[in-house]
Design a binder for this molecule. Sequence first.
Ligand code: SAT
Ligand code: MN
Length: 593
Amino acid sequence: MATALKSDNGTVPANAPRSVVEWVDQVAALTRPARVHWCNGTKTEIDALRSSLIESQDLLPLNPESFPNCYLYRSDPSDVARVEHLTFVCTQDKADAGPNNHWMDPQAAHAKMDALFEGCMEGRTLYVVPYCMGPLDSPYSRVGVEITDSAYVVINMAIMTRMGTDALARIGADGHFVRGLHSTGDLSPERRFIMHFPEELAIKSFGSGYGGNALLGKKCHALRIASWQARQEGWLAEHMLILGLESPEGETHYVAAAFPSACGKTNLAMLIPPEVLNGWKVRTIGDDIAWLHPGPDGRLWAINPEAGYFGVVPGTNAMSNRNAYEMIRRDTLFTNVAVTADNEPWWEGLKTGTPVTDWQGRPYDPAQGPAAHPNSRFTVSATRNTDYDPQADNPAGVPLSAILFGGRRRTLTPLIYEAESWNHGVLMGAGVASETTAAATSQVGVLRRDPMAMKPFAGLHFGDYWANWLSVGKKLTQPPRLFHVNWFRRDDSGDYLWPGYGENLRVLQWMVSRVTGKTSARSTPIGFLPSAHDLNLSGLTLKEGALDALLAVDNAGWVQEMHEVGEFLAEYKDRLPPELEAERTRVLERLKN
Ligand code: SAT
Ligand code: MN
């Protein structure tokens, strides 16, 4: 079929590559939209889309005095988080998807999805959304096109990516692009699937409008498809924040950190130093995803493929994350928060105001659960962050001094410990475990292994993924140092042992002093740890015994942990790199001696 469908945004852009036009035609023939709209990413376009959503009451303007240009979107109550049990990696060979993914045969998956997409856009607009993950002029960036029938998705993509004409131009130059097809369908959880075809650079997502399921540039492209490509090409696509840490002497170290969803990546990326650590400065490159490339100088260079934040709202306040708290007071799209009588957004942990309407639009009644959904989100441009690091736009990326892994664990794992080598650090990352949160639809608070915080996002067999980590390490003559942190230790009464938030800078400070060789450390079987006097604790009062607990290595507990890690790794045994198992055995032997 020719491109007979007239776009309500003019016709097909002059710079649209043939391959894109043909694909749009095919999809239009299948989905039968009433209109096709090629997005150019201009402010006029986004304003018009927003106005149409306001008119249809899908978007509610919030108080224009206190929250200028802020809006509330309420999703279907059954569509509020990622759906891991409905997310598939469809590789020709089932083994390539690994035991870490749900798999479906690609042909069967296409047939299943195409049956769902058939006619699904009747009466709707098909939006063509060209986007670039990463700075438009970076060799590390990758382009994609998302076709969607959701204007809410378009508005989000415009914030979260470099979206529009320039991205389309880059496809022309590049030739390759990721094809992401999305429809909200009828939002029925029975007809909801998120399918990835890494060998075809394609994604098909049906039946959900939620962030990670529907903004296909994010987890689907920048993590699942990209981790597959990264393995083939010798780089890393990771679920990591990137920050720049400037010391009082004016020296900046870039750090990437992998924590599972809703474990505080956004808060750490936007950390405001406590007053006693005056002179230190944290700048944000990214809060969720990092693409890491070995550079010609033997260092590891990082870019943030995203252009905005899709952050968890509850808990955000002037103390936990003042930058975010101020950032989301304008130009922000809220999803599933509550509202006050003054038509201001409200969420648990905000500490001021009173909700009158809950996230489902009902009069607020505590008996019906929290006012804001625990996974309610803000979408906002990264440039709205006053501590946005302009280096985020540097096409070369930033060189990493350190990588942190971490999870939410009540017991055992110390506040911080450092790997003895790259391979040891890969084992540390592979063993990450965390108590689950509300970002995915599963039970909350259960300890689950989440290697490199990538369990839901690695679009390949974990064995192959770790092998790639090990081989990237071999290319680095100046590798970043690898650390593991845990801000979430608790005592027997359930109280946190460490205050977290801005105080985490004290831990980063020790990390920098390790990187610069300014401090020694205790060598323990699990790695290097600070002694109590190595941490800068001035002006901080911890509970009696807390510091000892935070820096202790419980040998018996770690022997048990290493056995559990071993059992977990054994699930990947057919492709488990022997170096990883060798590291585990080495640690275990040291623990026993
Ligand atoms: O998957 S989302 O990007 O929507 C949120 C998250 O889990 O990090
Ligand atoms: Mn995330």
